[in-house]
Every structure is written in C-alpha cells, then in structure tokens.
Design a protein around this ligand. Structure first.
Ligand code: C5P
Length: 394
C-alpha cells in the first residue's frame, strides 16, 4: 500500500488530521507524520501514537529522527506528501522556499506529489497575499485542495474550512487509482513546432514552444507512466526521466513516430506538436541571395499528416489524441478533425481569443464523439485535466 507523509501545521482544524489518519490506516495506507511547532498547540505526538502510528517527527534536529532516516529520506520514502491542514503561514513559507523547520524542509526536498489542504479564516483565505502564495505553489506543481465554505472555528461564515477527512481521503484515493492505472503505461507525446528548411540558414516554422506537450509529458511521469517525448525544436529544460528524441522537420518527426510505434505498443499517444502542413519542394543547397531575385516564389508540397497516418496502421497506439489550434468555429472544426484524423480525442485551442503560444496558460475544449468539456488554467492544470478525462472514458 502507498505511503503518505502527513504534515500537520498550526490550525484549529489540526484534530481533523487524526480522523483522516483513522480512515487511511483502516484502508491500509502507511503514514508518517510531521507536526510543526504550531500544530503542537492543537494536537500532540501521543494522539498520533494512540492510532498506532510509530513514525512521528517534529524537530529538524531530532537525533531520533536523523538516526532513523534523515530529513531528506523522509520525503523520498513516501509516495505522497500531504499537508493537512496547511496554515497561511506554512503556505507562505512554501511559496517562498523557506526551510526553517522539518516540515518545510521535507517539502522543499521532496520529489513526490505534494497536496496542500489550506484551512484558515475567510478573510485570510481571500487576502491577496495568500491568494498570490497559492498561485505560486500551484505553479510549482503542488495540488491545492481548496477549502470548503461554511461555519469557521472563529464563528465567521465563509470559505476557509478544511476539506473534511472523508472527502480528503477520496481525493487521495482518486490520485492513487489514477497512478495505479498509469504506472508503467507507455505514452508517446509529440511536442514543439517543426521547421521546414528553405536553404542552409532559413526555415518555415511556427510559434509553438512545446510547453503544453512537455507539461503533459511531466504529468504522465508523475503518475508513473513511461514517457517518450518526440521534441521538435523545444528550448525548455526536459527532465532526464522522460525519454526524449529530437527532430527538426515534420518528415523526421513522422519517421520517429512510426519507428517508435513499431518498436513498442503505446497505450496512449498525444500529438501536441504544431506540425508544418507543407514543406519546401526543393531545399536550396546554397543560401538564397537577394541580389538574384526581385521576387521569390517558394513551391511548397504537403507534409505527411502524422496523426492521420498513424491512425491507419496496425501498430497504432491504443488511444490517439490530437490537438487543433483554430481561429474560428472551434467546436465544429475540432469535431471534423476528430473524424478526419480518426482519433479518440481532440484538444482544441481557440487561438483567436487567447494568447496561447509560449504562454503558461491555456484554454481548451476537450472533445470526443460523445461529449465536450472546456477547461482553462496553467498548462500543468490542463495536463492534469486531460489525463483525468482520458481515463474517465477508457
Ligand atoms: O490539421 P491540423 O494541423 O490542424 O491538425 C492538428 C493535429 O494533427 C495535431 O495533433 C498535430 O500534431 C497533428 N498533425 C500531424 N501531422 C501534420 C499536421 C498535424 O500529426 N502534418
């Protein structure tokens, strides 16, 4: 069963962590607990010991703990790091990279999925500083489990109530269920923008940065899938745990996709790359000189449609997902593409109303033959949304 590192911080909602532990232990999860200094105002180590949790830590300089595992291993051993409840102070520390106690150090040192469940007064929750900190931690790929609305411990009514233990448990369970489905699955992703050579120094390209495709690749890795990324001209840091094959042109990308699919049965392929529909019929061997031409006409010929072609071969991945950047009639054009390219889903972007290329944000319509869902947010959130929705229908 998975291991959870549970961090409890100073909030009047801290006793709910005990109820959550009871549920998780009953379901067979392993739990280790870190109590911050503030948490100890509301709960004690003995209360967790009484639930038969043996590993409870609170002090970064605790000899007992360092002897056993050391503060870095603590976050490495677990499959998930959950802060429940998270105070405004703790969120501020995480947002700004502070590491002045065991809990914040463990989060900073973690290479695992992190959930943070805030609990605080309604005015604090809506305070601009807290909101900015929440955005910061979300951008660091931490999942914020939004608080509920209701009667707060201070007597005020509004948003700020910690997610109830049973609901929190369900979120954890959903996360591990998805992980269970995805672990060791083979995922192929194309990303970036292809370049078609005109002569030795020039090319026809597009504005795609590869950010969305890379976000999807990272998210699949986070869930334990094997990811192959076919990257066209991506100028971003790609983590080493993503197998990456680079290419420049559509033709090269097409060859790589076919080679990969022949070699390995992919479970899901996501074609997020912006592929040039045309290439130059004849690439000039020498740099084209302007003194030779008053007017220059390039003859373009069609590139292979990688997605449409792969959907027709025997070695095609089990699930195919295409992208569609449209400047008008988004849903209708996306639906046509779904049929024409014979894929299972289309992720459609409206490029007329949204600045998408190279942006950290995105706005999509996710469609299959039966339904369509829209979603807006950071490219990481979009990646999460896509992954969760693929599995709803498979
Ligand atoms: O036809 P259009 O370019 O709008 O289709 C977009 C989708 O098709 C994307 O998923 C893109 O990666 C894929 N595509 C492709 N090969 C092409 C053109 C587009 O795989 N030559």
């Amino acid at each position: 069963m998975p291991s959870i590192l549970l961090i409890v911080t100073g909030s009047i909602a801290a006793p709910k962590a005990l109820d959550l532990c009871k549920i998780l232990l009953k379901e067979g999860y392993n739990i280790e607990v870190i109590l911050t200094h503030g948490a100890k105002e509301f709960v004690s180590e003995e209360m967790f010991e009484a639930l038969a949790i043996t590993n409870i830590f609170s002090n970064i300089f605790d000899a007992k703990m360092e002897e056993k595992i050391g503060h870095i291993e603590l976050s490495r051993k677990s499959d998930l790091v959950l802060t429940y409840p998270a105070s405004a102070n703790f969120i501020a520390k995480i947002a700004n990279g502070l590491a002045d106690d065991l809990a914040s150090t463990a989060i900073l040192a973690s290479n695992k999925k992190i959930f943070i469940a805030p609990a605080m007064n309604v005015e604090m929750w809506h305070n601009k500083i807290v909101k900015d900190n929440i955005v910061k931690i979300e951008n660091r790929n931490i999942d914020v489990i939004n608080p509920e609305s209701g009667l707060l411990a201070c007597g005020e009514i509004g948003e700020g109530r910690l997610k109830e233990p049973q609901d929190m448990y369900q979120i954890i369970e959903n996360y591990f269920n998805l992980r269970y489905k995805l672990v060791n699955k083979n995922i192929l992703i194309t990303a970036g923008g292809t370049r078609e050579k005109i002569d030795p120094v020039r090319y026809i390209g597009n504005f795609s940065s590869g950010k969305q495709g890379l976000a999807i690749a990272k998210k699949f890795r986070e869930y334990g899938a094997n990811v192959t990324l076919i990257a066209a001209n991506i100028n971003l840091h790609i983590p080493k745990n993503i197998k990456t094959l680079t290419c420049e042109s559509a033709e090269q990308m097409s060859d790589l996709v076919h080679d990969q699919c022949k070699e390995l049965k992919y479970d899901i392929a996501i074609f997020s790359a912006a592929v040039a529909d045309y290439k130059v019929a004849e690439i000039a061997a020498q740099k084209i000189k302007k003194k030779q031409h008053d007017k220059l006409t390039l003859t373009l010929v069609k590139n292979p449609d990688i997605l449409a072609n792969i959907s027709k071969v025997l070695y095609k991945p089990k699930v195919l997902i295409g992208f569609a950047a449209e400047s008008e009639n988004l849903e209708q054009n996306a639906k046509e593409k779904l049929v024409k390219k014979n894929c299972d889903y289309i992720v459609a972007n409206n490029i007329a109303t949204h600045e998408i290329f190279a942006s950290d944000e995105n706005n999509i319509l996710f469609i299959n033959k039966k339904e369509s869902h829209s979603f807006a947010g950071t490219k990481e959130r979009i990646a999460e949304f896509i992954i969760k929705n693929i599995f709803k229908v498979i």
